[in-house]
Design a protein around this ligand. Structure first.
Ligand code: WTA
Length: 656
């Protein structure tokens, strides 16, 4: 064993990590916790006055007269982009770097708050010129470049509702999201690079979205790097981003908007094939992002250099790359590329170079780094780091300890932040330097948040496992599913009534009242921290002409947490072979995105069904996880499972 392996082994026995002395001397949040416990509404009202700049002060705090449709600060008015930009510039901090951007090929751009404000104002005017008015939906499909922040803030400035789609999704997934939300404008890029390869994004967008009736304009950013070839531009409909900005009036005063004005829609996977349009509104969302970004990471905007490695197309990017950090006036790093391009040193090189102090990433990334080996971080000076965070999936204690030792040098508190697209901001997490941590546990609720565990029967669980719920509304909670109040109520508030938000995760509470998140209890798969719906993947597979039927489940995976396994029966006398398999994987990549490609396809003559014809996914999950099969007697044809189990074993043996 290496020295590191010995140290990790020894540490596995350590159950608790107390906050380092240099934090505890400096930091206390006792007052917040006491205030929030005494009166959470008053606590949030004080925080909203303290942290946000209002155009018109609010007099109402929470309105809970019509659960689960809650409002916060409803008679107040503010502008989110003014909170993220103008107030910092007005306070003389215009020259402060908002983003140290680094391109895949090493290009550098430092974007100051003043520059970001100037771009935001021009783009806001440009969008107005294209006919966008408050309440209109604007789609954003961009890679990790500073323009993505300007695009989001420009929408917020004029009250347009942004709908960002993760750059890794396929154009057909963009189409679906633009079509359902009736986006009027789409802001995209001519081409995007990934690990040295170029994708012609605009051409692909045209092919998929060209005929959407509501989509009046496409704004095209010139992305970084070489620009080979012609970019198709339809006169009257398409316009270059830089030309739009150059022609626009530089001054666009921020519009004073009601606190509950819709801010954005973000589509996320649920238990059906149709993604859910999660809707967040202005003030409550911004308060959640601002407060938690400051408190959880112990942020000092004057001295910290912060880096969240997520993509802006996920909620983590919305709250902890754009809104939280900018509202707090922080300086962030933004990296365009992958963690192993141009080489496996790049993350650690960036931390060393920009002297990053707070680093926030996902467990799956940490596990990948473990696989690559400690030599990459080992040859860089990471001594600037003082706080580390993780998000997206449970972190196994071994990965936690590796992060703690190898990246954090044994001195940085780790915040394992639990939250969701729906919650808008972190709800359960240690506070850096305050909370005693236990590797693998997201620890306790943040001030003002009330999580609980319930049994199947709804009875509270005080120790042991249960269904995770939130029993009181919080400011940054989703307000509804876009244009689908019914599905909103059904999904989150039907099981235990309209005042109990059902998260969709199971968790365990230990004797100290610490939460240990177990994972999803619905048909959602978490691959590398990305949420995917089994139904969505199934419907993509079934759409292929060779397929008769498909069932998708997750199997545990050391690196990605979960991986997708598809059980497929083919139409007619088609035979499953490597070429059909490649075709199906490619087909899913085109319909949803590469991240949804099944890792393993198992050909089945039939799927396990109950007598009423319902596919029993539970059995398929057992088989995929290598568990003993449960009861098969309720199956219409119990022999089906034996054949499938055999094939899965065969596929595993082939791999070894
Ligand atoms: C999971 C990502 C364990 C969980 C911010 C949740 C986690 C889903 C953690 C939301 C964590 C997120 N520990 N599990 N620290 N953070 N999850 O909407 O299952 O993409 O319900 O939001 O990720 O995923 P979403």
């Amino acid at each position: 064993m290496t020295d590191l392996e010995v140290a990790l082994e020894d540490m596995l026995a350590v159950e608790r990590f107390d906050p380092p002395a240099e934090f505890t001397r400096r930091r206390s949040v006792e007052a917040d916790l006491a205030a929030a416990n005494a009166d959470s509404e008053q606590f949030w009202a004080d925080a909203a006055r303290d942290l946000l700049t209002w155009e018109k002060p609010f007099t109402q705090v929470l309105d809970d007269s019509n659960p689960p449709f809650y409002t916060w600060f409803a008679d107040g008015e503010l502008n989110l982009s003014a909170n993220c930009l103008d107030r910092h510039v007005a306070a003389g901090r215009g020259d402060r770097v908002a983003f140290h951007w680094r391109g895949e090929e090493g290009e550098r751009r430092d974007v100051s708050y003043a520059q970001l404000l100037a771009d935001t104002e021009r783009l806001a005017n440009g969008l107005r010129g294209l006919g966008v008015v408050a309440g209109d939906v604007v789609g954003i499909f961009l890679p990790m470049i500073p323009e993505v922040a300007a695009a989001m803030l420009a929408c917020a400035r004029i009250g347009a509702v942004h709908n960002v789609v993760f750059g890794g999704f396929a154009p057909s997934a963009v189409r679906e999201r633009m079509e359902v939300s009736e986006a009027k404008v789409l802001i995209t890029v001519d081409g995007a690079r990934r690990k040295g390869r170029r994708a012609e994004v605009k051409a692909a967008v045209d092919a998929e979205l060209g005929d959407l009736p509501a989509l009046a304009h496409i704004v095209v950013v010139r992305g970084p790097g070489e620009h080979p070839g012609e970019v198709p531009m339809t006169p009257g409909r398409d316009i270059w981003y830089d030309e739009l900005l150059a022609a626009a009036d530089p001054h666009c005063p921020a519009v004073s908007l009601p606190a509950e004005h819709p801010l954005f829609i973000l589509y996320s996977s649920g238990s059906t094939a149709k993604p859910k349009g999660i809707l967040h509104t202005t003030a409550g969302y911004l308060l959640g992002a601002t407060y938690t970004h400051r408190m959880v990471f112990d942020l000092d905007a004057d001295t910290d250099v912060y880096w969240c490695s997520a993509d802006v197309g996920w909620i983590t990017g919305h709250s902890y790359i754009v809104y939280g950090p900018l509202s707090n006036g922080a300086t962030s790093v933004m990296y365009e590329g992958a963690p192993d391009y141009p080489d496996r040193d790049i993350w650690w090189q960036l931390i060393e170079e920009y002297k990053v102090t707070v680093f926030y990433t996902a467990p799956t990334a940490i596990r990948t780094c473990i696989k690559w080996g400690p030599e990459y971080p080992g040859r860089h000076d990471l001594s600037s780091l003082r706080v580390l965070g993780t998000v997206g999936e449970p972190i196994n204690p071994k990965a936690w300890l590796w992060y703690h030792l190898v990246i954090g040098g044994g001195r940085c508190p780790i915040v394992d932040t639990w939250w969701q697209t729906e919650t808008g901001s972190v709800l359960i997490s240690p506070l850096a330097g305050v909370t005693t941590t236990k590797p693998g546990s997201a620890t306790r609720a943040l001030p003002g948040i009330s999580p609980a565990l319930l049994g199947e029967d709804g009875a509270p669980v005080t120790e042991g496992t249960g269904i995770l719920v939130i029993t009181r509304p919080w400011p940054s909670m989703l307000r509804t599913l876009y244009k689908d109040d019914k599905r909103f109520v059904e999904t989150y508030f039907s099981r235990f009534g309209p005042t109990t938000y059902v998260v969709g995760d199971a968790a365990r509470l230990d004797a100290d009242g610490y939460f240990w998140i177990i994972g999803r209890i619905d048909d959602v798969i978490n691959v590398s921290g990305h949420r995917l719906s089994t139904a969505e993947v199934e419907s993509a597979i079934v759409a292929h002409e060779a397929v008769a039927e498909a069932a998708v489940v997750a199997e545990p995976d050391e690196q990605t947490g979960q991986a997708i396994v598809a059980f497929v029966t083919l139409a007619g006398d088609r035979v499953g072979d490597a070429s059909v398999e490649a075709e199906l994987r490619d087909h899913v990549a085109r319909r949803i995105g590469k991240l949804a490609r099944p890792r393993r396809i198992i050909w089945a003559d039939d799927l396990p069904k109950t007598r009423s014809g319902k596919i029993m996914r539970r059995l398929l999950r057992d088989v995929a996880a290598g568990r003993e099969l449960g009861d098969v007697t309720t199956l219409r044809d119990p022999a089906v499972m034996a054949v499938i189990a055999d094939r899965v074993r065969g596929a595993r043996d082939d791999e070894e």
